[in-house]
Design a protein around this ligand. Structure first.
Ligand code: SF4
Ligand code: SF4
Ligand code: SF4
Length: 426
């Protein structure tokens, strides 16, 4: 297999195809701390893209309750176990991160372990050698998109048996959180790597990963290979389907968008304002071209407050998460890699710029390409974790691809008073 560079792992890794990258990459940041699991995003996707017979279990967007929930059930535990078992069988040291040298090419240090591509090299499935280590979930594992909804961990690791002591930050003993999941439109997609029909492709203009419905023959290799289980088989048509990243919106073809790239349905409908999606500029070697005034570049690369989901799988997922503050750190480090502690510290004690950028989440439906901040007066000061912290009423100005301002907002929400003659408008 050729070697490709994966900056999330801080090293080269084996991948079935030569390295080639799009000019722009579809990417998003989800702030887990704000999600209320209202499932508006889930229904927005469902009602836009999936309908009629065969789509009953197809939830391209789902929001699941961790640690017990998953769609399909226990998807992450299963792939982590498979990976650990493969390390044991191949007598390789268990997977871990070497936090050593950290720079632009390895912001989280280096992953010392096998990815799902590397572990598959010596792995033989029923049909011979595999391209990607994976599994096909059983039918019943797809039955509920948010099974164990709101089920917290118990005092002895059993659901429903809670600690009696009350909870306080930084760690809650009894905890759960919501994980919002769509296809990651991965830099090195496992679904694409595994497809024997070459029916899956990554678009050069925006990095969106799609399945060609004409070429697909329903072999389910993508369902088996995707570690996030975001490629789904439809029994009625006998081909696979997945999130299409609402591509007409990204292309600016939605009638609402006036020709400008617009965020997807699941993003724009988000009630908790936890989601921001955009396009990041990609260099020929796959690195992110520095673009300091792009909010996604700022959150992922500069502030490093948002982290990839299970980067150790090796697919280079392009949805990034601001980790939940109250959850025990070892669980989060396994899920988001070694940058968790710093990310939570930065989020809990936000810089003036970070607080401003966080206000732009769901401030506009158009994709934000650039933001600017106009400084305002200090309006509040306090201590956070024993350190002084001040809030300024800055104004955030965001513009789209055409350079025109699409939204202007402030840290303090303005109060609009209804004129007295309209006080009762019923
Ligand atoms: S998340 Fe899964 S389905 Fe989506 S691009 Fe990555 S490997 Fe493919
Ligand atoms: S990006 Fe579009 S297609 Fe993908 S999960 Fe969200 S709404 Fe569905
Ligand atoms: S719409 Fe937003 S807040 Fe509601 S479940 Fe989805 S991600 Fe969470």
């Amino acid at each position: 297999m050729p070697d490709v560079y994966n900056w999330q792992l801080g090293r080269t890794m084996a991948y079935p195809y030569e390295e080639r990258h799009p000019k722009w990459q579809f990417a998003a940041v989800f702030n887990i701390n704000r999600c209320i699991a209202c499932q508006t995003c889930t229904m927005a996707c469902k009602s836009t893209w999936t309908f009629s017979k065969g789509q009953e279990y197809m939830w391209w967007n789902n929001v699941e309750t961790k640690p017990y929930g998953g769609y399909p059930q226990f998807w992450d535990i299963k792939i982590l176990k498979l990976l650990a078992e493969e390390h044991r069988l191949q007598q390789v040291e268990p997977p871990h991160w070497n936090g050593g040298e950290q720079d632009e090419r390895r912001p989280y240090g280096t992953y010392e372990g096998m990815t799902i591509f590397e572990a598959a090299v010596k792995h033989w499935g029923p049909e011979g050698p595999q391209r990607v280590l994976g599994y096909i979930p059983a039918d019943e594992e797809w039955q509920a998109p948010n099974i164990y909804e709101d089920t917290a961990t118990g005092s002895r690791g059993e659901p429903g048996k809670f600690h009696q002591t009350g909870e306080a930050l930084p760690n809650h003993n009894t905890w759960f959180f919501y994980l919002q999941r769509i296809c990651n439109h991965c830099t090195y997609p496992a679904c694409l790597a595994a497809c024997p029909r070459k029916a899956i492709y990554k678009r050069p203009e925006d990095g969106i990963v799609r399945i060609d419905q004409e070429r697909c023959r329903g072999y389910k290799k993508c369902v088996e290979a995707c570690p996030y289980k975001k490629s789904m088989f439809r029994g009625t048509t006998r081909v696979s389907e997945k999130c299409v990243a609402c591509y007409p919106r990204i292309e600016g073809k939605d009638p609402l968008s006036d020709g400008q790239p617009m965020e997807t349905r699941c993003m724009t409908s988000c009630v908790g304002k936890i989601r921001m999606q955009g396009l990041v500029k990609i260099a020929e070697d796959g690195s992110w071209i520095p673009d300091r005034q792009s909010p996604l570049y700022y959150l992922v690369k500069d502030a490093q407050v948002a982290l990839p989901l299970y980067p150790q799988f090796g697919t280079g997922p392009n949805v990034y998460y601001i980790p939940p503050r109250w959850v025990p750190r070892p669980y989060l480090r396994q899920m988001f890699g070694p940058g968790v502690d710093e990310a939570i510290e930065r989020y809990t004690h936000p810089s003036r710029e970070l607080l401003a950028v966080l206000q732009l989440f769901r401030a506009t439906q158009n994709i934000i390409f650039r933001y600017a901040i106009q400084e305002g007066p200090k309006v509040f000061e306090t201590e956070v974790n024993g350190k002084p912290w001040a809030m300024y009423d800055d104004t955030e100005i965001a513009s789209g691809r055409d350079g025109l301002v699409s939204v202007r907002t402030t840290i303090r929400e303005p109060i609009h008073q209804r004129p007295v003659q309209h006080q009762n408008s019923i």
